[in-house]
Design a protein around this ligand. Sequence first.
Ligand code: ATP
Ligand code: MG
Ligand code: ZN
Length: 335
Amino acid sequence: MQSNAFRKVERDFSIKRQRAQSDARRFKNSVYEENPTLEKIENEINMISLKSAKDRIFSDNLSRRIEQEKLEVKLERLNRKYKEELQKIGLTKEDFEPKYECTKCNDTGFVENKMCSCFNQELINETFKQSNLSKIKEENFETFDYGYYSAINNKEKYGIEKSPLENIDGIKNLAYKFSHCLEDPTQKNLLFTGSTGLGKTFLANCIAAEAIKQGKSVIYQTAPILLDKMTDYKFKFNKTEEEREDYNKIFDVDLLIIDDLGTEAMNSAKFSELFNILNTRLLKNKKILISTNLSLQEIKNEYEERIFSRFVGDFIICRFVGEDIRILKKKIINR
Ligand SMILES: Nc1ncnc2c1ncn2[C@@H]1O[C@H](COP(=O)(O)OP(=O)(O)OP(=O)(O)O)[C@@H](O)[C@H]1O
Ligand SMILES: [Mg+2]
Ligand SMILES: [Zn+2]
């Protein structure tokens, strides 16, 4: 039995595919309208190809074979002509091909009967209602802007020897490497800490975008929603197969991003789920990225020792410093 999420994604893919195809058709038609010669040549090519194919089936005698060769020469000439006509208007045949989002599966969702990573990721997005991951089109390593980080050292203000710019550059490099080393057992996990508006979620999205680009699966979820979901599942009677599978994804995806840790109302069930996630994923060498406004000291005070000790042992702590970018942006707009 296929899940609702599966059917929904299948439908979306079919729409996406058809749209790419009809866009391509529409573009071709518009080019043909302005350049009728092209259409004429194409019609001729089609006619001759058809005739040549028919002849090949019945080609039993010599005269037919000569005829056939003549057709092929003609076809070659027409194809060349077609190409030249296209060149004149700065196009190639490829420009008439549908522009699929995924070049691995041409938006069919499957490659050689196996699910394509793009389909798998959409399935996860659907299951976990990952609206935030739609931001990765705008928030990725290509759009990362250093301009929001000051190049001036101010130890008194930021508490570190480096300038915010040097600091973020180091973190960004770490993040990029992390996104390419998800399977490397020597690569530690990442913990982003720092006050509000310093770009933690932005950089988490950069990592997600880079990982997805490489065909890795990513779950992004804020701590309150994730822990609510998990405890709901734990206390639920009669779990369906689908719910079980969804729950297991939290432990199995290549990268789990838990944003806004510390904003959830904790209780013992949630502590135990958080520990469960950390412990199970660490044992399986499945990477985790956590982002929080809490300092390490606050985590120590508010979370159990067994959780804190994992943060210290298995995570690289990345401390974000600088000015609140949300406020900087507003100032720029109001200027
Ligand atoms: N490097 C960057 N380049 C361009 N825009 C950025 C960058 N970093 C952050 N931003 C923008 O600044 C705003 C705040 O960033 P972000 O949401 O990542 O902060 P945060 O540290 O996660 O804050 P919070 O702790 O409140 O969740 C967002 O609008 C984001 O798009
Ligand atoms: Mg954030
Ligand atoms: Zn694909």
